[in-house]
Design a protein around this ligand. Structure first.
Ligand code: G4P
Length: 530
């Protein structure tokens, strides 16, 4: 008899994604959160910095060379009886697709903003994904130890640039050289920077006399003016808006100085949701359902050179996971025994025997899974909502330099396609064509094929920029209509795709072939379910 999911199991768990423009301080904040919580598990990359090297992953040299975070990782820590999983996301724009998928697995998001820079390009993009999912978004405005923008202007920017109303939870007292601490509006307390002192403000809050002589007169004046404005004209605290991502609780601090982080964590745990109902294509799935169900949002091969294995990252959505259980892969109907499961750690492997909704675990994959797959221990054929796919805009023909090593090449290409690292197509001549959103994806692909699969490759850029999926029944019609500015290929699922040189070529083609239905990457995701 399967174990039942209890309220206690769920209320303990939090799973959130952390997003920011590169350099805003996402890694530093993550490190500090792990420190506060005594990290129990961590995986992948929190970039090694100074002596704070958390589970630094050495499997992807390219990250070190380029100084960017290409991969994403999962880190778990315990704090005040809560089990918290942080999903880090790749910072680079070219890996937006990976980020999208990661964000489908979380229940809330933390957006880190550099106080001196405000809302930046990548913040906007990532925010959009979170807001599409209607998950709560918490804002941490970082680097208060440096001269930054006016905090009121920063709130205005959230509203103007992101359309995100905010509600102040903590507020900075000064900034840069004059940074003296934060005021917690909800707890009515002031925390002093570098002094380890907490001041309970009493009935009159910042307008009483508790701060007089404690912080500089100039800062106290400014604080009172600002809080008067925030109290008078700012948004009211509204949990129902927060939970839909329509109102963002805002916090200020310095991740590097490890200040304002505890206050953030405290409120975040109060306000963020525990694992709840998840949408599947046909119905909603409650975490309390007895049958174990989950979906795979990431596949990563060769995370650890010593193991050379392939792990599927599984977000558990309902029921209890028990090692050794047999599940059905909804896409193929295949039955699989989950006998090898692990917490996600970079250098060590610790077997997981049991896991609950809101947990992310790694299951060893011998090539059965694809990103977006649903698995279930029940009989019902169920699919969680398809993961978003980006339309590829760059295409390359790729072949092995040494044809004797074609097998290595095939294996590498196929595995990287299953991981969703890049899109892979073939044409009628059996050429291998790659589709990507950004150039760096090609670079990583080449690097990984050479390093992990021992296959040196040659790539040749192709003059296409649009991919449109078509129905099987239209293949012959398309073949007859093809011209020198478009070509027919098949994707990793063997679905027909037409690549066009540009929008003009596509419009022209579509006009002449009105009866053919062209679909873009997002529309086509639901194909997989059929
Ligand atoms: P990211 O993951 O969002 O890309 O940012 P990351 O944490 O790597 O931080 C980017 C830079 O900003 C780092 O400096 C980091 O030390 C610094 N930083 C992070 N939080 C704060 C803060 O609260 N105050 C200040 N003053 N700096 C902060 P770096 O010089 O690029 O790296 P490092 O030499 O410190 O490792």
């Amino acid at each position: 008899m399967a174990q039942k999911v209890t309220k206690e199991m769920l209320s303990k768990r939090r799973i959130f994604g952390i997003i920011s423009h590169p350099d805003a301080g996402k890694t530093t904040l993550t490190e500090k959160l792990l420190l506060h919580g005594g990290a129990i598990r961590s995986a992948g990359t929190v970039k090694g910095r100074g002596s704070n090297k958390y589970a630094k992953s050495d499997w992807m040299e390219i990250e070190k060379k380029r100084g960017i975070s290409v991969t994403s990782s999962v880190m778990q820590f315990e704090y005040n009886d809560k089990i918290i999983s942080i999903m880090d996301t790749p910072g680079h724009n070219d890996f937006g697709e990976d980020t999208y998928r990661i964000l489908t697995s979380v229940d809330s998001a933390v957006m880190v903003i550099d106080a001196a820079k405000g809302v930046e390009a990548q913040t906007k993009k990532l925010f959009k994904v979170c807001s599409m999912r209607e998950i709560p978004i918490f804002t941490f405005i970082n680097k208060l130890d440096r001269q930054g923008l006016d905090p009121l202007d920063l709130l205005q920017e959230l509203e103007d640039a992101l359309g995100l109303p905010s509600v102040v939870v903590t507020w900075p007292i000064g900034n840069g050289m004059s940074f003296e601490g934060v005021y917690d509006r909800l707890l009515n307390k002031v925390y002093l920077y570098r002094k380890d002192t907490v001041i309970d403000l009493g009935a009159n809050g910042v307008f009483g006399d508790k701060l007089e002589g404690v912080i500089s007169d100039a800062n106290l004046d400014t604080l009172r003016n600002e809080i008067e404005l925030v109290d008078g004209a700012g948004n009211e605290f509204d949990m129902s808006l927060i939970s839909k991502g329509k109102l963002s609780p805002v916090f200020f601090g310095t991740a590097l100085g490890d200040f304002g982080v505890t206050q953030f964590l405290h409120h975040f745990l109060e306000m963020s949701p525990c694992p709840g109902v998840r949408k599947a294509v046909t119905r909603e799935v409650s975490p309390y359902e007895e049958d174990f169900k989950g979906f795979i949002f990431k596949i990563q091969a060769n995370m650890n050179p010593a193991h050379r294995d392939r792990l599927a990252f599984l977000r558990i959505c309902s029921g209890v996971f028990e090692r050794g259980m047999t599940v059905t892969l909804s896409r193929t109907g295949k039955q699989l025994k989950l006998s090898q499961s692990t917490h996600l750690m970079a250098n060590e492997r610790e077997t997981v025997d049991e896991a609950y909704p809101g947990d992310v675990i790694g299951i060893y994959d011998s090539g059965n899974y694809m990103v977006g797959d649903t698995i279930t221990a029940g009989k019902e054929k169920i699919f969680f909502e398809p993961l978003p796919t980006f339309p590829p805009e760059l295409f390359m023909k790729v072949r092995p330099v040494d044809t004797m090593k074609a097998k290595h090449f095939q294996k590498g290409v196929s595995q990287l396609a299953q991981e969703g690292a890049i899109q892979v197509y073939t044409n009628e001549f059996n050429d291998c064509i790659l589709g990507a959103v950004g150039e760096l994806q090609f670079e990583v692909f080449k690097f990984r094929l050479e390093n992990e699969y021992n296959s040196e490759i040659r790539m040749e850029s192709l003059d296409y920029s649009i991919a449109k999926w078509i129905d099987e029944k239209d293949v012959e019609k398309v073949k007859k209509a093809l011209n020198s500015r478009c070509t027919l290929v098949f994707d990793h699922y063997n679905r027909p795709v037409v690549l066009f040189a540009n929008r003009y070529t596509f419009d022209n083609f579509a006009e002449k072939n009105e009866d053919i239905k062209f679909m873009d990457a997002l529309e086509v995701a639901s194909f997989i379910e059929e």
